[in-house]
Design a protein around this ligand. Structure first.
Ligand SMILES: C[S@@+](CC[C@H](N)C(=O)[O-])C[C@H]1O[C@@H](n2cnc3c(N)ncnc32)[C@H](O)[C@@H]1O
Length: 236
């Protein structure tokens, strides 16, 4: 990695012009995360490459449903869901190294086999690595809301991004977004509703699907009376 890469967020490096939904900060790794990265990445990590990925091969089985999770953070929800749904395979994409280390550690502790991790911008993973019609579902839990108006262009959920997602979904596959920021919930609802390839499974917001665990942060917010909005749409 060059000195420039280490000091500048990826989206501010002069050769990277596309607006990104994340800012890369240097996070410190715990010893446990570092150990998990060294010992578990070779088995469960997939290096980003601008070439198609065979999902059946990556998970060493073809009969399972394939779910993409974008921006798993520290991976707590990912690990819990994967444990609850052993017949599903989860391709988990995140840019932050401590998060990747954290999820690998959870996988080792729980002997979880049905997750593979790519550490890269999910937009490029979708564009370059995933075949059309290859996914049974997409999870996007608490995407960065980018509160300020001048930052709204950084929001992950945009019409063009949703079109890209739809191209990767099988007919009947779902997109599940959860957010705790009401204005972003309204934004997501509007963007998903405007996409003709998608159908809402609810009148507007959905009941929280049982597989999505409550995070510590969410629990605290709910006790304080803050809302959380789930949106579940299906590809027609
Ligand atoms: C607010 S956090 C939520 C994390 C987690 N889903 C949760 O519920 O705790 C959003 C995460 O999405 C990741 N992220 C944002 N844009 C991304 C992208 N284009 N590709 C991969 N990860 C992304 C960020 O790095 C961050 O960890």
């Amino acid at each position: 990695m060059s000195e420039l890469d280490q000091t500048l967020p990826i989206d501010e490096a002069p050769y990277q012009r596309r607006i990104r939904s994340f800012v890369l900060r240097q996070g410190r790794l715990t010893k446990g995360q570092e150990r998990a990265l060294q010992t578990a990445w070779p088995q469960f990590g997939i290096e980003y490459a601008a070439q198609p990925l065979d999902l059946d091969q990556a998970f060493a089985r073809s009969e399972s449903k394939k779910i993409l999770e974008i921006g798993f953070g520290m991976g707590d929800a990912t690990a819990k869901i994967a444990q609850t749904l052993p017949d599903y395979d989860f391709l988990a994409v995140e840019v932050h190294t401590p998060g990747v280390g954290s999820l690998l550690k959870l996988m080792q502790e729980g002997d979880i086999q049905n997750i593979r991790i790519i550490q890269h911008d999910a937009v490029e993973v979708l564009q370059q690595m995933l075949a059309d019609g290859s996914l049974d579902g997409v999870h996007i839990f608490f995407p960065d809301p980018w509160h300020k108006k001048r930052h709204h262009k950084r929001r992950l959920i945009q019409a063009e991004f949703v079109k890209l997602l739809c191209s990767k979904l099988k007919a009947g596959a779902y997109i599940h977004v959860a957010t705790d920021w009401q204005e972003y919930a309204e934004w997501v609802l509007e963007v998903l509703r405007a996409e003709p390839q998608l159908q809402n499974t609810a009148a507007d917001y959905a009941e929280k699907p049982a597989y999505r665990p409550l995070t510590k942060f969410e629990n605290r917010g709910l006790k304080l009376g803050h809302g959380v909005w789930d949106l579940v749409f299906r590809r027609v």
